[in-house]
Each structure stands twice: as structure tokens, then as C-alpha cells.
Design a protein around this ligand. Structure first.
Ligand code: PLP
Length: 367
């Protein structure tokens, strides 16, 4: 395989006939010519079933994930499709410290339909998997940035007859390839670093299993959570620079970690790329490269307010993986964390500028 920069810029773009656009635009059509009644039904017959712009993006993400990709209208639409498919066959095990809406969906919508939903923490030993149809991991987890050994989880899931799904949002396909580590399904919110510019909501699932692939496409078409062609096109455009953006974001995170660790206003700094991080050993074994998502804790909600007000560069926003640095106080969304815990998404600013800004904003916190 070529390097990450080559893969990102060329993925899903194939050499076309003379006169074809080098940068084709989105195909904004819900309706397609069917030909005469006796003609075979073309791949594109209706915009909820398929679209050439989706296929370009799916080819690209599939190449990077090492499987076949199905794009969805959002990360949650992707998770919902996976949970619904698996729930027909048994219980679901979800991370107790992962993205909160996945748990809410399983408990509040699938639970009342008779689906058994169990939870396990990312760093806990795996629970018994009897009767389980799907073990879903989120690694690195969000917002805790803990890490699970994917290969070990895959072996345990398969021994119990369960599927392993991995939410790979934080890592991206450049940071981690769960299918190569034995996972059956890789799921992501491409709203984050993959599309990368904060202007798209999108998700995907990739798999190597033809039967799961067919079920995912069917689930998308029946559930109707289809991405707009414009969103798919924007994500494909953004993907071209994922390698460059991740490199700067990881460089910025690496520069921020020692500054945060040394500052008296900060506790509990976590970034899997840091050799002193408790997750580093496992993360180094299974991750290909780092990214810009870290977390740390300030003394209180008021301290977070002082920090954000004093910063010139850090936006107060949820989501992560965008070009500008952002911080999100996770307790706001109901995560079971300290009031001052911030998930911090290092952006693509110049490292010296960002470090100076964060240092000054931390110094402005009144003790
Ligand atoms: N998975 C993770 C790890 C997330 O952080 C998010 C959103 O923040 C989602 C899934 C849901 O994705 P979306 O917001 O694209 O629906």
C-alpha cells in the first residue's frame, strides 16, 4: 500500500476517459433514467438506494479501512443500522464510557422492543459474552481516551459467536484499521476528522463480510438515513487532506501535553500518543498514528469559563477533528465526568501560536 498522503489524495479517484472532469461534482439527482421496461435495472435508479457520489466516497473509505464501505447520513445513523441488524440475533454490549447517544439509542429504543443491552467500561476485562450478538467497542473512547485491545476483543467475541464492531471515529482509518485487527464492522462519525472541516454530518460502516455488507445497504435503504450527495462530495474532498491535517493536529497535541501536565490549573491529562499515558502501550501496538484529540480537567465549570474566555484561538464547541482547535465541557452533555473535564480537539493552527494561546488562557484562570 502507498503512504497515507497518496492514499488520501487518490482514494476513490480513478483514471477516467479524456474529457471527464478530474474533480467531478456531486450528482444531485434523486431520479435516474431506467431505460425501457425490458432493460436491466441500473445501479442508480433512485436516490435513496444508491448514488454515484456515494460510491466514490465509499470506494475511498473502503480502501483506507481495508473493507467495503456503506455511507450513512451521520455517525448515529451508522451506529443505529449496526445495532438494529445485530439485535435480531442476541444481546448488545456497548461501552459504558463511549458516545452517550449510542447507549441512549440502545436502551431507550431497542430495549423496550425486548433487546437485551449490557454495558462494559473500555478498560474493564471483557464481560461474559454468552447470548451476545454484538460487542461494540469505542477505542480510543470518547471522551475518556481509554483504549481496548481490539485483537483480544475480536478473539473473545468470535469465540462466543458474537460480532465485534469498533467505533473508529477518534482514530480515523489512518490512525487504526480495526478490520485488520479482527473486527467485523468498523463504524465512524465522519462528521469529525475524516470530512474534517466542520461543515458536514456523515457516517459510515465498513466490513469484509459480504452478507453484512448486503444487510447494511438494505438497512440504509429501508431506514432511509441516507447522506445527501453534497455531503458525500464534501467529505470526499475533505478526505484528501486527512493525512496533512492529522499530522499537524497530532503535532499540536504532542506539544500541548507537557504544557498541560506542567500547569497547576490542570489535572488528569490523557492522550494515547503520550508515552506516559496509561493507554500508550496498547495504543502503540494497534494504532498506526496519533491524532489531535486529548482531554484534561480544570477545577470547575467556572475555571473552564475563564479558560475559554481568555483564549483567542480555542472555540467552545462540541464535535472534534476540525481545522480550528475546540474544547467541549463534556458534563454539559450528561457524560459521567468531572464538571471541569474538557475534551480538547487540537486543530491545524501553528504549534507555537496554539501553545502560547493555551498557556496564556490557563494562566488567566483565577485560583
Ligand atoms: N461516535 C462517536 C465516537 C462520536 O463522537 C459521535 C459524535 O460525536 C458519534 C459516534 C455520532 O456521530 P454523528 O454526530 O455524526 O451522528
Amino acid at each position: 500500500m502507498s503512504g497515507d498522503g497518496t492514499a488520501c489524495t487518490h482514494a476513490g479517484h480513478h483514471v477516467e476517459a479524456p474529457g471527464a472532469p478530474v474533480h467531478p461534482g456531486p450528482v444531485l439527482s434523486s431520479t435516474f433514467h431506467l431505460g425501457l421496461p425490458a432493460d436491466p435495472t441500473p445501479a442508480d435508479f433512485y436516490g435513496r438506494a444508491d448514488n454515484p457520489t456515494w460510491r466514490g466516497l465509499e470506494a475511498a473509505i473502503g480502501e483506507l479501512d481495508g473493507g467495503e464501505c456503506v455511507v450513512f447520513a451521520s455517525g448515529m445513523a451508522a451506529i443505529a443500522a449496526v445495532l438494529r441488524i445485530a439485535a435480531r440475533d442476541g444481546a448488545l454490549v456497548l461501552p459504558s464510557d463511549g458516545y452517550y447517544l449510542a447507549r441512549a439509542l440502545a436502551h431507550d429504543e431497542l430495549g423496550p422492543l425486548g433487546v437485551e443491552v449490557r454495558e462494559t467500561a473500555t478498560t474493564a476485562p471483557l464481560p461474559p459474552l454468552d447470548g451476545v450478538a454484538l460487542l461494540l467497542l469505542e477505542t480510543p473512547s470518547n471522551p475518556g481516551l481509554d483504549v481496548t485491545d481490539i485483537a483480544a476483543a475480536a478473539a473473545a467475541a468470535h469465540a462466543a459467536g458474537a460480532l465485534l464492531g469498533v467505533d473508529n471515529t477518534t482514530a480515523t482509518p489512518l490512525g487504526q484499521r480495526p478490520l485488520e485487527l479482527g473486527a467485523d464492522l468498523v463504524i465512524a462519525s465522519d462528521t469529525k476528522a475524516l470530512a474534517g472541516h466542520g461543515d458536514v454530518v456523515l457516517g459510515h460502516v465498513s466490513t469484509r463480510d459480504p452478507e453484512l455488507l448486503a444487510r447494511l445497504r438494505e438497512a440504509r435503504s429501508r431506514g432511509g438515513a441516507v447522506p445527501g450527495p453534497m455531503e458525500a462530495w464534501l467529505a470526499h474532498r475533505g478526505l484528501a487532506t486527512l493525512d496533512l491535517r492529522l499530522a499537524r493536529q497530532a503535532q499540536n497535541a504532542a506539544a500541548l501535553v507537557p504544557v498541560l501536565r506542567a500547569h497547576p490549573a490542570v489535572t488528569d491529562v490523557r492522550w494515547p500518543g503520550d508515552p506516559d499515558d496509561p493507554a500508550h502501550a496498547v495504543a502503540s501496538r494497534q494504532m498506526r498514528r496519533w491524532n489531535g484529540v486529548l482531554r484534561f480537567t480544570l477545577a470547575s465549570e467556572a475555571a473552564v469559563g475563564q479558560f475559554l474566555a481568555a483564549s483567542r484561538l480555542i472555540g467552545s464547541a462540541t464535535s472534534f477533528g476540525g481545522p480550528r482547535s475546540t474544547a467541549d465541557r463534556r458534563q454539559r452533555w450528561g457524560d459521567d465526568v468531572a464538571p471541569g473535564l474538557l475534551r480538547f480537539s487540537a486543530g491545524c493552527e501553528d504549534t507555537e501560536d496554539l501553545v502560547a494561546d493555551v498557556r496564556a488562557a490557563l494562566d488567566a484562570i483565577i485560583h
